[in-house]
Design a protein around this ligand. Structure first.
Ligand SMILES: Nc1ncnc2c1ncn2[C@@H]1O[C@H](COP(=O)(O)OP(=O)(O)OP(=O)(O)O)[C@@H](O)[C@H]1O
Length: 773
């Protein structure tokens, strides 16, 4: 009965999340279906109404209708506006559209005197807007001129490096990545994230990946970097024309994640220096490495903060923009051949973004292939890119030189209004915020198909059949799939079936992660990075510094242990007939649970939910997990990482029993020696540390915390059971608290009398006592 209850509880605990997720998904499906049917009803009602209106249409439209109609038309047709005298020039119309595309007021053509005032007001507003834009673009021109000057200046003072470009600049191994018919489908939901994306990113070029929100930009660059998980990929990715695995080049590929994964308790320079030492070629001399780091610090404008700690979210030291640049710098210092960046300019102001782009352009001069996701670049920034990949709903809308993008869209009849940033206009068109001003009857939904036809790429059959098949919803699902998903929805799967499918997908996801991070593919990068021993040395230096900076935290650990020793010691009467067994049980639980107490304090301090059982284990694997994954994925040795942390944290492991015993021993005054107690406690700490490592590595934060609390208490209680049940007795014999308890008590009992007969009896008594507790 109890076993069944426990099994049930465990099942509920483990499957609770899954059941909730699946329930959520089912609800979402039901909501979607309801919304669809409501939409269809509304559309049908509208159609019916308009048909009815058309049947009995009056000859003269009402002012409100005219206003609405004119609003729709005038937005796309400046000439029409002109004819109504609402605007002085088409230029102004485009300004107004750009400024407030949704606003109909500026172009309302209401009839009647009472609207004249309003119209005049609007005219005035337009003129003001126009002036603002004129001013803004004059500034832009000035900025461009300045930039030009600066670039020329650079040519002179950085040793005329760039002047001598062709000969002087050290070229890196080239990586060209081409992709053909690349399609990515999310396994769990059978949802298309990318479809038939074809193109290439080239060495020496900076490619911008742009598109609407959820267009698949991050998905595309992750696929190119070989970082997608949980997806089925079809199509080809060729490296330098060969179907190699991108992982084979990981040592010369830099990937800058969207989030700033940097070490907060290291300075800017220390962060960069560590990355350079571990990832640059081992054949490069130290001065060369120093020069590279210096160059990166200078080009990213980080001189002023080079010695500042990077800081954490809780304790900020350098600014967000500087932190972002350090994030990029970590990859620049390893001299990559392919550099992929996910939104490196987000949150940066225009001048800092330009500074970053200039640093990247310098890298491109060395032949680096740079591809980055970028949101809303300014006009100046946009012109600094070589190529552009424009995505919409997982499909390519344009892929080619930045200089040709306007020409291409103009060919489709989509012209960028004067003084408008082309990227803003194209994104607005793709987002359907503005309707393209086009002479041809182009629908924005046809743009991906147009691109395929323009490039002569094969169009998938479902798209050929029906142009509507092109329509990808903002979530990346095309109509055909929607249809099929509707069918699938109709064939409702059983809950058990869904849970099973979910479990399979989760397993596949974990397998993908293991493949990416643990299984190594053949190395083709031609770069010999420092070996494990060398990296271990570098790691030792880094972890040592980090621990020294956490000295306060370690002091708090030790203080808590002192207090615990005092409390448990005062509870113990070592001289009584049970050989202090109660005190030792408390000690065992306290040593294991104190880790948790501290964990929670630490948790409170850091607002993180990753702290588990053993402090050292927690700090080793939990807090730095993101940094660990990033470094591991870039080819830094896992073994060196683990060993170095373990070596440094060994200090804690050795010193903590001394601190605890110093109080416990002096207050409880047991008969056993300090050394005996220390050895037993040290073994106990090792054991708990191991369990802590295992928990923090294999379990998520939630289950690990639960286990961390339960394991010491349950095992300690089991270890003093009477042995009525065989299972419990076996478990007790295997549990580490039992062994520790026996060792403590026997060490204590041994000191009672030295006559062997009496000692034998005493030990027998102790063992009997332990079993009869
Ligand atoms: N692991 C995933 N599970 C579910 N949906 C996903 C997953 N990864 C991506 N998607 C979906 O795929 C689409 C594309 O995502 P992606 O992150 O590539 O978009 P994006 O273009 O980078 O968007 P943004 O500009 O908003 O960051 C989104 O609709 C997203 O919800």
């Amino acid at each position: 009965m109890q076993a069944a209850l426990s099994t049930l509880l465990l099942t509920i605990y483990n499957c609770y999340d899954q059941v909730l997720t699946i329930r959520e998904m089912r609800n979402a499906k039901a909501r979607k279906a309801a919304a669809r049917s409501a939409r269809e009803k509304a559309q049908a009602r509208d159609k019916y109404k308009s048909a009815k209106n058309a049947a009995k249409k009056p000859k003269i439209a009402s002012p409100s209708q005219l206003s609405l109609a004119s609003c729709k038309k005038t937005v796309i047709h400046p000439q029409a506006l002109e004819s109504f005298g609402a605007l002085n020039s088409p230029e102004q119309s485009s300004h107004a559209v750009e400024d407030d595309p949704d606003s109909c007021n500026a172009f309302s053509l209401e009839l009647g005197d009472k609207n004249i005032d309003r119209k005049m007001k609007n005219e005035k507003q337009i003129r003001t807007h126009s002036e603002i834009f004129q001013y803004a673009y004059a500034q832009l021109e000035k900025e461009k001129a300045l930039l030009h000057l600066q670039q020329n200046k650079n040519l002179t003072f950085s040793g005329l490096i760039s002047m001598a470009t062709s000969q002087e600049i050290r070229k890196r191994p080239m990586i060209e990545v081409s992709f053909r018919d690349l399609s990515l489908t999310l396994k769990r939901k059978n949802k298309h994230l990318l479809r038939c994306v074809t193109g290439k990113i080239m060495p020496g070029h900076i490619t911008a990946v742009m598109g609407t929100s959820g267009a698949g930009k991050t998905t595309l660059i992750s696929a190119l970097a070989g970082k997608t998980v949980g997806c089925k990929m079809t199509g080809l990715i060729l490296i330098n024309g060969k179907p190699e695995s991108i992982h084979s080049y990981r040592k010369i590929i830099g990937f800058v994640p969207q989030d700033d994964i940097v070490h907060g308790n290291l300075t800017v320079e220390e962060n960069l220096w560590f990355s350079a030492r571990c990832r640059l070629s081992a054949d490069l001399s130290k001065p060369d490495k120093v020069l590279i780091v210096e160059r990166v610090i200078e080009s990213l404008g980080l001189q002023a903060v080079r010695d500042s700690l990077v800081g954490t979210v809780e304790k900020r030291r350098i600014s967000g923009g500087e932190r972002k640049r350090v994030n990029v710098g970590l990859e620049l210092v390893m001299e990559p051949s392919l550099l992929i960046l996910d939104e490196p300019t987000s949150g940066l102001d225009s001048s800092t973004s330009q500074l970053l782009l200039r640093a990247l352009r310098r890298e491109a001069l060395e032949g680096v292939n740079i591809c980055m996701v970028v949101h809303q670049p300014s006009y100046t920034l946009f012109k600094m890119f070589d190529d552009l990949i424009l995505l919409k709903g997982g499909l390519t809308v344009y892929h080619g030189p930045v200089s040709k993008v306007e020409e291409y869209f103009a060919g489709l009849g989509i012209n960028v209004p004067e003084h408008m940033n082309p990227t803003d206009h194209f994104i607005d068109v793709l987002e359907e915020i503005v309707k393209p001003i086009t002479s041809l009857s182009i629908n924005y939904r046809e743009l991906p198909m147009r691109w395929m036809l323009h490039k002569g790429y094969p169009v998938p059959p479902d798209m050929q059949q029906d142009c509507a098949g092109l329509v990808m919803s903002s979530t990346g699902v095309n109509l055909d799939n929607q249809k099929s998903s509707v069918d699938a929805e109709n064939k409702e799967q059983s809950l058990a079936g869904e849970i099973w499918k979910d479990m399979i997908c989760t397993l596949e996801l974990h397998w993908d992660i293991i493949q990416h991070n643990i299984l190594r593919s053949r190395d083709l990068s031609n770069r010999r990075t420092p070996g494990v021993l060398m990296q271990y040395k570098y790691f030792l230096g880094r972890v040592g510094k980090q621990r020294l900076r956490e000295a306060r935290l370690i002091a708090v650990d030790l203080l808590i242990l002192l207090l615990a020793g005092a409390c448990v010691g005062s509870l113990t009467k070592a001289g009584d007939e049970n050989f202090g067994v109660f005190g030792y049980i408390h000690t065992i639980i306290a040593v294991c649970k104190l880790q948790n107490l501290h964990s929670w304090l630490y948790l409170y301090k850091l607002h993180q939910k990753t702290l588990l059982c053993k402090i050292a284990a927690l700090r080793t694997f939990s807090l730095d997990k993101l940094q660990y994954w990033r470094e591991s994925a870039s080819g830094i040795s896992n073994l060196a990482h683990f060993l170095s942390k373990e070596t440094i944290d060994h200090f804690n492991t050795v010193i903590k029993p001394v601190v605890y015993l110093s109080m416990f021993y002096s207050i409880s005054n047991p008969r056993s020696s300090f050394a005996d107690n220390y050895i037993v406690l040290l073994c106990l700490v090792y054991c708990v540390t191991g369990i802590g490592y295992a928990l923090s590595i294999f379990l998520g934060p939630g289950p690990a915390q639960l286990c961390a609390v339960l394991i010491p208490v349950v095992l300690a209680l089991i270890s003093i059971q009477t042995g009525e049940s065989k299972f419990v007795t076996k478990l007790a014999n295997l549990s580490y608290p039992r062994w520790a308890l026996e060792a403590f008590v026997i060490a204590n009992a041994e000191r009672y009398d030295t006559t062997s007969l009496y000692r034998g009896q005493m030990l027998h008594l102790v063992q009997h006592m332990l079993f009869s507790y």
